[in-house]
Design a binder for this molecule. Sequence first.
Ligand code: UD1
Length: 423
Amino acid sequence: MDRLLVTGGARLSGAVRISGAKNSALKLMAASLLAPGRTVLENVPRIQDCRTMGEVLEHLGAEVSWAGGSVTIDAERIGPPEAPYELVRRMRASILVLGPLLARVGRARVAMPGGCNIGSRSIDLHVRGLERMGARFAFEHGFLEAEARELRGALITLDFPSVGATENILMAAVAARGTTVIENAAREPEIVDLASFLVEMGARIGGAGTTTIVVDGVDSFRPVRHRVIPDRIEAGTFAIAACATRGSVVLEGARPDHLELVLSKLAEAGADVLVTEAGISVGIEGRPRAVDFVTLPYPGFPTDLQPQMMALLATAEGTSIATENVFESRFMFVDELRRMGADVRTEGHHAVIRGVERLQAAPVRALDIRAGAAMTIAALAAEGVTEVADMYHVDRGYEDFELKLAALGAEVRRERLPSPVPS
Ligand code: UD1
C-alpha cells in the first residue's frame, strides 16, 4: 500500500537505462513451458508481474530461479496444468499459459482473469482462435477448462488485432499439425520478440510483425537462452516525464524503431529528439505545444502511453484532443488528474485537454500501472508535494521507478505503509 511523495518542479536530466520489456518477458516466460529443460531469459525486469508469472510457472511444476536480471525456467516436468485464481486475479497475463499448455500437454485449467481495471477485456478471441485449432472449452466454477487431443493448423482471422490472442494462438500453433495462418494479427514488437524466441526453440514462423503470421507446426522444442527486448513503454514514460518537467534525458538501450510515433508526437509538441550511440535523447525548452493523438494497435500510438501523454498535455500551450481506441474505460484516471487542476473533459472515447499553466499538488491515487505513472508525471510538473497512493500498481510494471526518477534529479520519496491486516 506504499505511496510516493513527489515534490514538483525539478527538471529531469541525465541518462536512464531502459529495462527489459514487461510485455515481452511475460510471454517468453509462458512460452518456455513448451521446451523440456532449462530456458534462460536475460534482461527480465525485476517487477511484480514477472514474479507473479514465475509463481504461475512454479505452480505448473516448473522450477524458476532468478539471478540478477536473468531467469532460468526448468520445464523438464510439468505437473497438473492449472493456473489458480489467486495468481490469475493478480495478473491477467497469466492466461497466456493456455496456448503453451495445450501445445505441451493437451489440456489446461485457467481461472478467469481479473487484472487491470481498464475495460471489459474479454478473452473471446483467444478462445475462438484455439477452438479453430481443435481445442474444446468449458467454463466451470470460474475456471476455463481447455482440452485438445490434437491441435490442427487452421486459418484464424481475428476480429481485432489483440496482442494476447495473437500470442496465445501463436504459442499453440507452433505445435499444431499442419499450417496455421493468423490474419489481422497484432504487430507489436513484443510479438516479434516472442516469434524470434519460438524460432530459436525450433518453431517455424513467418510474417511476425506483419498482419499475417504463418506457422508450420513442429513436434519438439529445445530450451534456449534469449535476451528480452527493451521496454518501449518504460522508455516512452521517461521521455514524456522529461518533457513534462521541461528537462532532457537520454534513454539508454531504447529502440527508436519501436518508438517512432511516440517520438514524432513529442517532437510535434516541441521536443528535441536525437538518436545517438548512447541512446535516444529527448528534451524540451519551455512549455510544450498541444498535440492531438489517437491510440491504435502498433504501429499506432500505444494505449499504454495514453495516460502519461495526457499528463504532459495538461500543461501544454493550447487544446489537445486524445482519442482512445483500444480500451474503453481508460480515461478513468482523468478524475485524478483533474484533482491536480488539469482541465480535461471526456466524451466517450475522446478527451479534450485544455493546457493550464501549472498543476497543483493534491493527494491522488494510481488506478493502474500506467495511470500511476501518469500521476507521477503530473506530480513532477506540479507545484507542491503530491502524494500518489497505491503505488503497488506501478510496481507491477516499472523496475526501480522512483530510483530511476531520483537519479534523474526528481524529488521523490516512497512512504512504506503496512498492508492492512485482514480481519
Ligand atoms: C496487451 C498488453 C497491454 C496493452 C495491450 C494493448 C500485455 C501483458 N499487456 O494487453 O499492456 O495495453 O496489449 O496494446 O502484453 N479483446 C477482446 N477479446 C479478446 C482479447 C482482447 O475483445 O479475446 C479486446 C480488449 O478488450 C481490448 C482490445 O481487444 O479492448 C485490446 O486487447 P489486447 O490487444 O488483447 O490486449 P492485451 O493482450 O490484454
